[in-house]
Design a protein around this ligand. Sequence first.
Ligand code: NAD
Ligand code: DAU
Length: 333
Amino acid sequence: MRLLITGGAGFIGSHFIRYLLQAYPKYRIVNLDKLTYAGNLDNLRDVEENPHYRFAQGDICDPVMVNTLAQEVDVIVNFAAETHVDRSILEPGGFIRTDVHGTYILMEAARRFNHRRYLQISTDEVYGSIQTGAFTEDSPLQPNSPYAASKAAGDLLVLSYTRTYGFPAILTRCSNNFGPNQYPEKIIPLFVTHALEDQPLPLYGDGRNVRDWIYVLDHCAAIDIALHHGKTGEVYNIGGGNERTNIELTHLILNELDKPASLIRSVTDRPGHDRRYALSDQKIRALGYRPRHPFEETLRETVRWYRDNPAWWQKIKSGTFRHYYDQQYAGRW
Ligand code: NAD
Ligand code: DAU
């Protein structure tokens, strides 16, 4: 298989590239990434010399670039996106551009070169919030943030292509990922690195919002299954089965680092903050998927990874991150 992986310098995409190179040593991978603030080639240092891997810097919204690379492959897996809910509230434009228009550019290229598979990596956030029970793949889409809405728009476009053109696409919708190399704007790496620096942890609202956590390598294994065994036009939910409130999660992090609960600060809530996410993932389980990484153990390993790799996150936190953080959290304390 020859694959164009987009957004491969980000958190999940970089894990997926490493996963594929190990699981399928004969596959050839081109990684197209714009290297936005979230793209980081440090995430892929260990594979950059692999002869089956190549990096190309560019934008999925650029049809010339995309067509040049798409003609060399037969599959696209699209991770490229603007991904942070809080940033989408500050500035939605980039989300519409990349998550919607970029998806269109990629699919047009895949159609032009008669690709055999297109995989769109999406999110449980497209369903909105659920008080009890769990979303199935047939639940209505009720996105609440500009990020979630841009992903939902991308999803609908992909599904329309499958019905109109018989386009060979599959969609996956996963819950909250965690693991090494996650940009420290997201709650786990933000709180771990802040706690290591003895800085206050900004917990939104009452801290009782619930997320379903999945270790990033379980997500990669599920994408592998969807890629090889999924059916065209189908959506597959991917869950971790680890629901935790944010306050529970925060205490687990602080305990692991032996830091005091006094670091926790309740701050003004995120506007439109989804209360709870939960997925039914029976459909991908029927294809053989099982989450294999126990939550508390892999959370512990993840916390230790940030503790033991300060150079990775200190480089980020001492750069443009600071400006974002000051803007995002101003007036909320
Ligand atoms: P991330 O923010 O860490 O990485 C995104 C990557 O996309 C970066 O490397 C960035 O440079 C690249 N990118 C952004 N715009 C681009 C463009 N126009 N052209 C080319 N590259 C561009 O994101 P992530 O957390 O790894 O998420 C990857 C995908 O998985 C996204 O589509 C996201 O919606 C989805 N997802 C994430 C989670 C999660 O918990 N993180 C859960 C479910 C689904
Ligand atoms: O559910 C999948 C989604 O998970 C992905 O599609 C998104 O790309 C990814 O960013 C993530 O979205 P969330 O909004 O759930 O993740 P985040 O880490 O931003 O927030 C998790 C929870 O923690 C949420 O309830 C808000 C809360 N939070 C977050 C931050 C950054 C805080 O309390 N304080 C914070 O500083």
